[in-house]
Design a protein around this ligand. Structure first.
Ligand SMILES: Nc1ncnc2c1ncn2[C@@H]1O[C@H](COP(=O)(O)OP(=O)(O)OP(=O)(O)O)[C@@H](O)[C@H]1O
Ligand SMILES: CC(C)(CO)[C@@H](O)C(=O)NCCC(=O)O
Length: 343
C-alpha cells in the first residue's frame, strides 16, 4: 500500500495522517490539523475580553482549570463557533429570501432555530467541563446571549428500568439511553418548538431525578453533551434508515485523549468524589466513602475496565471521525492539537 493509500485509509477511520504540520492539511483527509501553538495565536485576534469576575466564574467550574487553557484554546474556539453561528444565520436569511415568493405562510419559520452543538467523548475525558466553558464563553458574544446546556445523562433509563432490562452494568452504553426520547427532544428544539423539556440525572443518587426537568425555550445556542451523541442512526426494524441526534447538530466537538490518560482522570475523579460527594449519606456511593486509597483506586480501575473502557472502544471512539472538531488532550487536560473539518 502506498503512503497516500495509507493516509486515505487513516482518514476514513478518522485517524490523522502520519505527516504532521504546525498548521496543515493534506488533500487526503477531511480535516485541517492545527497544533496548539498555531491555534493559540488566534487568541490574540479574538476580541472578547474576559472580566475578572468571568475568570473567577470559569475557574469555579473545575478545581484545576488552567486559565491559559481557557484563553489559548477555548476562547479561539468560541470565536470560531461565533463565525459558524453567523454563517448559519446568513444561510437562514438566504433561505427565507428564496422562499419568500411563496408568502409568509409557506416560507418556513421566521426566526432561525437554535444553533445546536454536540460535545462527545469518553466518560471522564472532560466533556461536561468543555461544554460548561463553551457555554460561559459563547454567552458573552453579542449574537448568542442565551446558551442552554443539556446532558444526555438525563435520557438514561432510570435504574429500575435498567435492572428490568438486565443492563444495570451497561450504563453509558447506547442501549442504556431512551434514544427515542433524546431524538425527539433534539428534533423538537431544531424544529423551533417554543418549550422543550428534558429529564435530569443525578450523579449523587446515580439515578434519574423523579419530576426534575430542564426547560429549553428557544435559546440562541443549545449544547448537547454526551458519550454517544455522534453515533449514526441505527437501521430500523423495517430495514429503513432512521434518524440520529447527530443529524440535527450544526457543529460537533469530540474531546479526545489517550485511553491511559482518561483512565487516570476517571480514577482521580473517583478519589476526589470519595472525599467529597460520597461523604453525603444520600450518595449512591456513600458506602465507598470509607475506602482507603488502595481499595478506592482498585475499585475505580475495575469499574473503568469493565464498563467505561469497553464502551469507549466499542461505541464512542468509532464516532470520532464524524466530528466537526477533534480536540486532543495530553496530560493534565492540556489540549495539544485540533483537527478541524474542512468545509
Ligand atoms: N480542562 C480541564 N482542566 C482540568 N481538569 C479538567 C478539565 N476538564 C475536565 N477536568 C477534570 O476531569 C474530570 C472529568 O471531567 P468531566 O466530569 O467534565 O468529564 P465528562 O467527560 O463530562 O465525564 P462523564 O461522562 O462521566 O460525565 C473532572 O475531575 C474534571 O474536574
Ligand atoms: C452516567 C455516565 C454513563 C455518563 O456520565 C457515567 O458517569 C457512568 O455512570 N458510567 C457507569 C459506570 C461508572 O459508574 O462510572
Amino acid at each position: 500500500m502506498s503512503e497516500n493509500d495509507l493516509d486515505t485509509a487513516r482518514s476514513i477511520a478518522g485517524i490523522r495522517p502520519k505527516r504532521r504540520f504546525g498548521v496543515g492539511s493534506t488533500a487526503r483527509t477531511p480535516f485541517v490539523e492545527l497544533d496548539r501553538k498555531s491555534w493559540a495565536t488566534l487568541a490574540a485576534s479574538t476580541p472578547l475580553p474576559l472580566t475578572d469576575a468571568d475568570v473567577t466564574r470559569l475557574s469555579g467550574l473545575g478545581e484545576r482549570i488552567d486559565l491559559d487553557e481557557v484563553s489559548e484554546v477555548y476562547l479561539p474556539l468560541s470565536r470560531l463557533l461565533n463565525l459558524y453561528v453567523k454563517g448559519k444565520g446568513a444561510l437562514h436569511h438566504a433561505t427565507q429570501t428564496f422562499l419568500s415568493p411563496l408568502g409568509p405562510e409557506n416560507s418556513g419559520v421566521e426566526a432561525p432555530t437554535p444553533f445546536v452543538i454536540g460535545v462527545a467523548g469518553s466518560v471522564a475525558v472532560g466533556k461536561s467541563t468543555t461544554a460548561r466553558i463553551l457555554r460561559e464563553l459563547l454567552a458573552r458574544w453579542p449574537d448568542t446571549p442565551r446558551v442552554e446546556l443539556v446532558t444526555t445523562d438525563g435520557f438514561l433509563f432510570p435504574n429500575a428500568e435498567l435492572a428490568r432490562r438486565g443492563i444495570s452494568d451497561r450504563k453509558g452504553f447506547p442501549e442504556s439511553y431512551n434514544r427515542r426520547a433524546l431524538l425527539r427532544f433534539v428534533s423538537e428544539v431544531k424544529s423551533g418548538v417554543p418549550v422543550v423539556r428534558a429529564p435530569v440525572y443525578s450523579h449523587l443518587t446515580y439515578d434519574i431525578v423523579p419530576g426534575a426537568e430542564v426547560v429549553v425555550r428557544q435559546p440562541d445556542v443549545l449544547i448537547v453533551e454526551g458519550l454517544n451523541v455522534l453515533q449514526p442512526a441505527r437501521p430500523r426494524v423495517d430495514g429503513r434508515q432512521g434518524l440520529a441526534v447527530s443529524d440535527f447538530f450544526d457543529f460537533t466537538v469530540y474531546v479526545d485523549a489517550k485511553t491511559k490518560y482518561i483512565r487516570q482522570w476517571y480514577i482521580d475523579r473517583f478519589l476526589s468524589l470519595r472525599s467529597g460527594a460520597f461523604a453525603n449519606p444520600e450518595s449512591y456511593f456513600h458506602r465507598y466513602a470509607s475506602l482507603d486509597d488502595d481499595a478506592a483506586v482498585t475499585l475505580a480501575g475495575d469499574i473503568w475496565s469493565s464498563i467505561n473502557e469497553p464502551n469507549l472502544i466499542e461505541n464512542v471512539l468509532p464516532t470520532r471521525g464524524r466530528a466537526s472538531l477533534v480536540l486532543t488532550k495530553a496530560q493534565h487536560h492540556r489540549v495539544k492539537r485540533m483537527l478541524l473539518r474542512k468545509l
